[in-house]
Design a protein around this ligand. Structure first.
Ligand code: CA
Length: 506
């Protein structure tokens, strides 16, 4: 996770490719099938006629190609927004297209509906172009829809409200096998289970670096009577540049114990850069701001020593993964996370260097170390950073929409499900602040296979006595989510050590 993390919306979902394999019955949402659907415009609202706040104002319309009598500008400070009063005829899903232009380069901005965060939209073109949010649920009647400054620096022409295309049910039917053909039986068993429940159930997950008796698990158990099905762990303290300062990892032992107790384990790795490259406080060395490591130079051969140092770091983590393999623990393995955000050094040299490192890591762990207990979770958060179907089993998105925001993040879900892979793969919310409301996720078709709330203040207060923090998810919503019939907790998991392997994985 990145403190104050941001989600980056990838853009409008593309039409489903014809590459999808056999269509089987998915969940019935009672919607018209895609073939019968014609997208229609419900309303067009000119920005120049909307309500402005802060610095937003009607522009002197020197740019060409606008609609109506002009456009607005002035998205500069945090309170700057443009609000449309929109009326829709019936309850349902709508696409919101903010036709806008960038003042230079990619610009992301917030959308809110009736005061609640609804996601982000982005525009890159300097001429007026589409910038949309898909599948927003609106009840019949009037709504206040705002575009407000996140990065700012756009010209907004108008808002077009359209009916949404129904979800193609095939996105819930996983067509991909495991990318490692030598995956171990325990890994195949776990993956078979994950595919079986996908599209119907949500795995509950929680990061907790002190294990299932740590504060995050304890406060959840106290509030809900349930235990998360998935524990989120981090190889951070095994990284050589931290071990040099006395760090001692305990995550491997926790993982073995949790798996033995019937749970599922996911690992990320806050990869502290090698000491040579640390420029600030050593313990923040995974952030780009605290290291001068240049991944592009390492991957193109200019920095050969850097390459060797990274290989030594990988060796240190491989040693832990081998222990887990020996103990027959399959891992949902999420290395090089949130790359597209650029705040970690592995994401700071752009997608090409990142993809080279991701593939190198895959090849080294899979083929040199023979690690067959890994289910590869790609968390690049942007289709441009996708390394290829042969290196990815699960597409992960990290979502931090704010405090007490329980919306389904369906736009992010659909982007991940439809814009990266040519196969259907599992799509997980690999980190979150707030927990989404399962009712809203089902309604919207945002069938995240898992959530995994980050640790600390996202669930537990930092005090001596374990106390629930309601800053992000309030207790009533935590209870609602953990008691939901479609949410899988530790108590609900089948025996994964004997779970039947799908015949196409054998
Ligand atoms: Ca206009």
């Amino acid at each position: 996770m990145k403190r104050g993390g941001r989600i980056l919306s990838i853009g409008l979902a593309a039409a489903m490719g014809a590459a999808m394999a056999g269509c089987s019955a998915g969940k019935d949402t009672g919607q018209p099938s895609g073939a019968d659907f014609v997208q229609t415009t419900v309303g067009i609202y000119e920005a120049e006629d909307a309500v402005f706040s802060g610095n937003v104002q009607a522009a002197n319309p020197v740019k060409d190609g606008y609609s109506g009598t002009g456009y607005v500008e002035g998205f500069q400070a945090d309170a700057d927004s443009c609000t449309f009063t929109v009326t829709v005829p019936e309850d349902g899903f709508y696409d919101l297209n903010f036709v806008s232009a960038s003042s230079g380069g990619e610009k992301h901005n917030y959308v809110s509906i009736d005061g609640a965060s609804a996601g982000t939209v982005y525009v890159e073109e300097s001429s007026f172009t589409d910038s949309g949010l898909t599948r927003v649920y609106l009840e019949a009647g009037e709504h206040e829809i705002s575009l407000s400054k996140y990065w700012g620096w756009i010209y907004l022409d108008y808002l077009e409200v359209l009916t949404s295309e129904p979800i193609d049910e095939r996105i819930y039917e996983v067509t991909a096998g495991l990318c490692n053909p030598n995956a171990s039986d325990e890994t195949k068993r776990l993956y078979s289970y994950l595919c079986d429940i996908y599209g119907e159930k949500f795995l509950s997950g929680q990061y907790c670096d002190t294990g299932p008796n740590g504060k995050e698990f304890q406060v959840i158990r106290k509030a809900t009577g349930k235990t998360p099905a998935v524990i989120g762990l981090d190889f951070i303290e095994y990284t050589p540049s931290r071990v040099e300062h006395g760090s001692k990892g305990i995550a491997t032992d926790i993982a073995i114990n949790f798996w033995e107790s019937g749970g599922v384990v996911t690992f990320c790795w806050h990869w502290n850069a090698p000491s040579k490259y640390l420029t600030g406080q050593w313990y923040s060395g995974f952030y780009n701001d605290y290291t001068n490591i240049d991944l592009a130079k390492i991957m193109n051969g200019e920095d050969t020593e850097g390459y060797e140092l990274l290989m030594e770091d990988i060796d240190a983590i491989a040693e832990q993964l081998l222990i887990l393999q020996e103990a027959k623990v399959p891992i949902l393995w999420r290395p090089l996370h949130e790359a597209g955000g650029g705040w970690f050094w592995w994401g700071a040299s752009g997608p090409d260097a990142y993809k080279q490192l991701y593939i190198l890591l895959y090849e080294r762990l899979t083929n040199e170390y023979g690690l067959n207990n890994l289910i590869w979770v790609w968390n690049g958060q942007d289709a441009e950073w996708y390394p290829g179907d042969e290196y990815v089993d699960i597409i992960g998105e990290d979502v931090y929409p704010g405090e007490k925001v329980y919306t389904s993040q369906v736009d992010t879900y659909l982007n991940a499900a439809m814009n990266c892979s040519t196969e259907t793969k599992l799509v997980y919310m690999t980190e979150n602040g707030c927990i989404f409301d399962p009712d809203l996720a089902r309604r919207d078709g945002a069938m995240w296979g898992m959530w995994c709330t980050w640790s600390g203040e996202f669930v537990a207060k930092d005090v001596a006595v374990y106390t629930l923090s309601e800053q992000y998810t309030e207790e009533y919503m935590l209870i609602k989510a953990y008691e939901d019939e479609d949410v899988i907790t530790l108590e609900d998991l089948p025996d994964l050590k004997t779970y039947e392997i799908h015949k196409d994985l054998k």
